[in-house]
Design a protein around this ligand. Structure first.
Ligand code: FAD
Length: 288
């Protein structure tokens, strides 16, 4: 039988207090939001903490706001509240659609976007999409606040660049006024996705040329990755980009450093990237 060891829950009234508590309790403490990952790991005795600092009670840390061409999602906003946010759905449907497919409704009701990113489990949907949306995250720690581009946030499986006493406070997504067409596609057989692929194409007025491209693949390796070589192949006249899709998929697979795991072999994942890049391309152009 799996049993949780005894722990104490602390409820800070603001982020500064949470940072202080982390410093005070040191290695015996962890931040705690929805608990969907943390409590499971503690039940399995993979992680042991005597003190959990509940960031979900911090007022305002779960807000979703649109301002100055930017969406700001508070770290403790749940997947469900993001999925159901009407302003977010109208301005960035690719994100609310992705959120509506995360896990199941029980996990989405409790699990937070901040917890998803900070746990850095390799099979994360939001991580991959946020990379191509040009997002950044805000963190607060003993040295003050800082903004971290998503490209720099993940350092490996279950690893981020956050310091031990830093709290993630929000996720910032620019609302591009340019003609970016984003798409997110995923493939899932078991509890977590086997592949997530995000693409954003910047089109000219007539839609016949792509003057910019961002592409990332996740769930197939320790952390989601963009691939500059693939992005180059996805830029140019539409007909040429369409012909380049197999080469771009190869470049994306090369950059991803694919691994064999329980979800499938590296070779199989390479094949999936071929299939799903084409699907994402058609989806970005509204053709499926
Ligand atoms: C059955 C199941 C299926 C799932 N399927 C999917 C899926 O299909 N796609 C997907 O993307 N994800 C999936 N997940 C993962 C899910 O999205 C995460 O479990 C959830 O978002 C984690 O959030 P949480 O608030 O529960 O984090 P917690 O468990 O509370 O915390 C996780 C970690 O993040 C740290 N943390 C939390 N908040 C902060 C903060 N503000 N600042 C710094 N550190 C913080 C904690 O210290 C802890 O280490 C699944 C999970 C389960 C259990």
């Amino acid at each position: 039988m799996m049993l949780l060891r005894r722990f104490e829950i602390h409820q800070p009234s603001n982020v500064a207090e949470a940072v202080q508590m982390l410093g005070h309790f040191g290695e015996d403490a962890s931040l705690y939001a929805g608990g969907t990952e943390l409590l499971l790991a503690m039940k399995h005795d993979v992680l042991r903490y005597k003190h959990l600092i509940d960031v979900k009670v911090i007022p305002g840390l779960d807000s979703i706001e649109l301002y100055d061409g930017m969406i700001r999602i508070g770290a403790t906003a749940t997947h469900r509240s993001i999925e159901r946010s009407a302003p977010l759905r109208s301005r960035l449907p690719v994100f609310t659609n992705m959120e509506s497919l995360v896990a199941n409704v029980r996990v989405r009701n409790t699990g937070t976007l901040g917890g998803n990113l900070c746990f850095a489990e390799p099979h994360s949907d939001p991580a991959t999409l946020l990379l191509v949306l040009g997002a950044s995250v805000a963190a607060e720690g003993p040295q003050g606040r800082r903004e971290i581009p998503m490209d720099d946030f993940f350092t490996g499986a279950y690893e981020t660049c956050l310091g031990r006493n830093e709290v993630l406070t929000g996720i910032h997504i620019p609302l591009s006024t340019r003609r970016w067409r984003p798409a997110y596609v995923k493939f899932q057989v078991h509890e977590r996705p086997m592949l997530g692929l995000a693409l954003a194409l910047e089109t000219t007025d007539d839609g016949e040329t792509f003057c910019g491209a961002r592409v990332a693949v996740g769930c197939v390796s320790p952390c989601a990755r963009r691939a500059a070589a693939a992005e180059g192949l996805l830029t140019g006249p539409r007909s040429q980009v369409e012909r380049n899709l197999p080469l771009a998929a190869e470049a994306l697979a090369d950059a991803a450093e694919l691994i064999d795991d329980q979800q499938g072999s590296a070779e199989y994942k390479r094949h999936l990237i071929q299939v799903f890049l084409r699907r994402a391309f058609l989806k970005a152009l509204g053709q499926n």
